[in-house]
Design a protein around this ligand. Structure first.
Ligand SMILES: Cc1cc2nc3c(=O)[nH]c(=O)nc-3n(C[C@H](O)[C@H](O)[C@H](O)COP(=O)(O)OP(=O)(O)OC[C@H]3O[C@@H](n4cnc5c(N)ncnc54)[C@H](O)[C@@H]3O)c2cc1C
Length: 393
């Protein structure tokens, strides 16, 4: 099939950040025969927040969504590093990254971002079918069939697997298995909002301990999100406990602003997550199914780039599909275009996690010393160079 045929039927599995952004990007390239299938009954899940770094805001600018993001997002100034005893280790100036890429970076609540995307999807009349949990995929005579748990089956020309990192059905189909890798730490993530002034400046504050870490991201003076991390085996006993009580014990000797933020966060706004990523693989497509976002290349939260890379995928996927002669050509070009950058980001996330969640006291002392002596200009430059790779003009 020639991809110039823009009437091709395209099914997107998953209405997360990747799936929704891909639908918008495809529509804008003229692929309008789109449907999204989501296993949940809504797109908005309780999530904390994320930073849309300049590489992602550049894509949102191209998709005409940046103004909405600017309304709800907070412009970040610095990514600061501290020890758990509040010794200052230095900071990356976010403006250096912004200048290099030519766009600002914004912190934003995950629900706010999902709603911006969802409003656009509704405006474009792209249908989202909720309660559609994909159970299996099959292929015959150029047509791909997807069977859902509710008994419904669809038959389509292209399937985009945007169904996340943990149990992606599309990844199972493409790779023959879906085995995310547990990285031996957990995160408690929370979003905090108060009438009280909580933050004075829009910074990321990252506190480092030994095998433990607490990161706070400001969205505005009254709102922010945070993640407390700890090196732990899977299924540790923390899972079913009262999160606030456990966190207040765990971070008791840490700087007072951490305890203040935990206290201000409602228990129902805290989520306990065992953290997995994927080993990079050069198998992102099979027949007419192509993976994007976390199902293709899930990276750890320590990469800071999971969602941003799903957003970059969306843009490249649509642009490459439009320019390709065949589906096979489009999928292989897409993988070739995206593999190196996403792999570098996955590995950077793993390296930082290994260092932050190392439980050796001597190691963490040396790590902190190294951080103190870091040339942060150079560090900002190398982050900017990686994140700016291969962006559209
Ligand atoms: C603890 C934690 C913190 C993070 N913090 C950040 C951050 O600060 N910044 C950042 O950029 N990234 C962060 N990330 C990563 C980011 O959340 C992901 O990279 C991003 O959400 C990827 O988007 P996606 O659309 O590919 O997957 P997802 O957002 O996971 O969406 C997948 C969607 O598919 C649906 N689905 C799954 N299976 C099926 C099925 N079988 N049938 C139909 N639908 C299905 C799911 O319900 C979901 O809606 C974090 C991740 C974790 C785990």
């Amino acid at each position: 099939m020639k991809m110039r045929d823009k009437d091709s039927k395209i099914a997107i599995l998953g209405a997360g950040i990747g799936g929704l952004t891909t639908a918008i990007a495809l529509y804008q390239k003229g692929f309008k025969n789109l449907s999204i299938y989501e296993r949940r009954n809504t797109v908005t899940t309780m999530g904390a927040g994320l930073v849309l770094w300049s590489n992602a805001t550049k894509i949102f600018h191209k998709l005409g969504l940046l103004t909405e993001i600017e309304k709800l997002g907070g412009q970040l100034l610095q990514m600061q590093r501290w020890t758990k005893n509040k010794d200052y280790l230095g900071a990356i100036e976010v403006n250096k990254i912004n200048k290099h890429i030519g766009f600002k970076s914004y912190s934003i609540g995950r629900t706010d971002l999902q709603n911006i995307l969802l409003n656009k999807i509704n405006e474009l009349n792209i249908p989202i079918h909720y309660n559609h949990n994909a159970l299996n995929i099959s292929y015959q005579n150029n047509i791909t069939s997807v069977n859902f748990e509710n008994g419904i089956s669809i038959h389509t020309q292209i399937v985009i697997g945007a169904d996340g990192r943990i149990n992606s059905m599309a990844r199972q189909y493409v790779n023959g298995n879906n085995t995310p890798v547990y990285q031996n730490f957990v995160n408690w993530i929370g979003i905090v909002e108060s009438k009280k002034l909580i933050f004075s400046k829009n910074n990321v504050m990252d506190f480092w301990g030994t095998g433990e870490r607490f990161g706070i991201v400001t969205i505005n003076k009254n709102k922010g999100y945070w993640a407390g991390g700890k090196s732990l085996p899977i299924n540790a006993s923390f899972k079913n406990k009262n999160h606030k009580t456990e966190l207040l014990k765990l971070f008791d000797s840490w700087p007072p602003e951490i305890k203040e933020i935990i206290k201000l966060t409602k228990e129902e706004n805290i989520k306990y997550i065992e953290v997995f990523d994927h080993n990079p693989t050069l198998k992102w497509y099979k027949n007419n199914v192509c993976l994007i976002g976390d199902s293709a290349h899930a990276s750890l939260p320590t990469s800071g780039q999971g969602a941003c890379q799903a957003i970059e995928d969306a843009w490249h996927f649509a642009a490459i599909l439009e320019q390709s002669e065949t589906i096979e050509e489009a999928f292989s070009k897409f993988q070739e275009n995206r593999f190196q950058k996403t792999t570098a980001i996955t590995m950077a996330g793993r390296n930082l996690a290994k260092s932050l969640f190392n439980e050796n006291v001597l190691y963490s002392k040396e790590r902190n010393e190294k951080a103190k002596n870091t040339d942060y200009n150079l560090a900002s430059q190398s982050i900017a160079e990686l994140w700016s790779k291969n962006l559209p003009k």
